[in-house]
Design a protein around this ligand. Structure first.
Ligand code: ZN
Length: 278
């Protein structure tokens, strides 16, 4: 199943178009996109056989599939080759920061650069589908509603200020957490542990890797986080970025006004954003 946020209404995406969930469920679910996660299991069961009128839609009308998550977790240094390009050792436990909720935006549109050291980080984003506390790795997948694509845009100057540096602020400017274009449930993937992830700037490939290179798998992350923080329905986990970020290049390379950032994850889709000056 694929669900999306079409002009602030929850829809199911089919080959024929978008089905409005509130209309198709006679008001049982929706219309708010985030309302579905508190009742995810019932929704997913209903949606499996749901029928309704499908309408064609424009990608530009899609918003963030989870526009207002209560908690957003992001994982640093979670791909082996990315840790190497950052000249940092692999963390013994997941390294976690947040992207504050107001940085969330949808899968298209403009993003204002905060300065001249804003970097790209394509990331697979896991969306939580049930409250999770002290979950085992073996049970962890059952707490994941599905995946969406994300960019963990990062102002490297702000991120790396101070000692020790703290990452959350430099990654939380408005628009620095685009997600979309839709949420895809796990049954849609042949192997949810091995998806191609890529970033293009204009037409140049900057990142092209696979989630099979993750250091801490999604079940490990859900288990670890839920042993400390109660995960809530609709929460997001940005699972880390692979190699190819601008910070790791010589010379370093960052986003400029006018450039188009294209983010693609296999089986989920593509987001496209235009960078604009601050
Ligand atoms: Zn990241």
């Amino acid at each position: 199943m694929r669900i999306a946020n079409l002009r602030n209404r929850l829809v199911i995406i089919t080959d024929e178009g978008a089905i409005d969930v509130q209309a198709a469920s006679d008001g049982r679910f929706g219309p708010a996109p985030e309302s579905v996660f508190d009742d995810w299991k019932a929704f997913a069961e209903w949606a499996r056989t749901a029928t309704g009128e499908a309408h064609p839609f424009a990608t530009a009308d899609l918003g963030a599939p989870v526009p207002a998550p209560r908690q957003v977790f992001a994982i640093g240094l979670n791909y082996a080759r990315h840790a190497k390009e950052s000249n940092l050792p692999l963390p013994p436990k997941p390294m976690i920061f947040t992207k504050f909720q107001s940085s969330i935006t949808g899968p298209t549109g403009q993003i204002q650069l905060s300065g001249d050291t804003v970097d790209w980080e394509v990331e697979l984003v896991a969306v939580i589908g049930a409250a999770a506390r002290n979950v085992s790795e073996a049970d962890a997948w059952s707490y994941v509603a599905g995946f969406t694509a994300g960019q963990d845009l990062s102002d490297r100057t702000v991120q790396n200020t101070g000692s020790p540096a703290q990452f959350s602020m430099g990654k939380s400017f408005p628009g620095f957490a685009p997600i979309g274009p839709m949420l895809v449930t796990l049954d849609e993937f042949d192997d949810p542990n091995d998806l191609r992830v890529s970033t293009l700037v204009n037409d140049e490939v900057r990142q092209d890797s696979r989630t099979s290179d993750l250091v801490f798998s999604i079940p490990e992350l859900v288990s670890y986080i839920s042993g400390i923080v109660t995960l809530l329905p609709g929460d997001l986990i940005f699972t880390g970025t692979p190699e190819g970020v601008g910070l790791g290049r010589s010379p370093q390379l960052y986003l400029s006004p006018g450039e188009v950032l294209t983010t693609t994850i296999e089986g989920i889709g593509t987001m496209q954003h235009e960078m604009v000056a601050s």
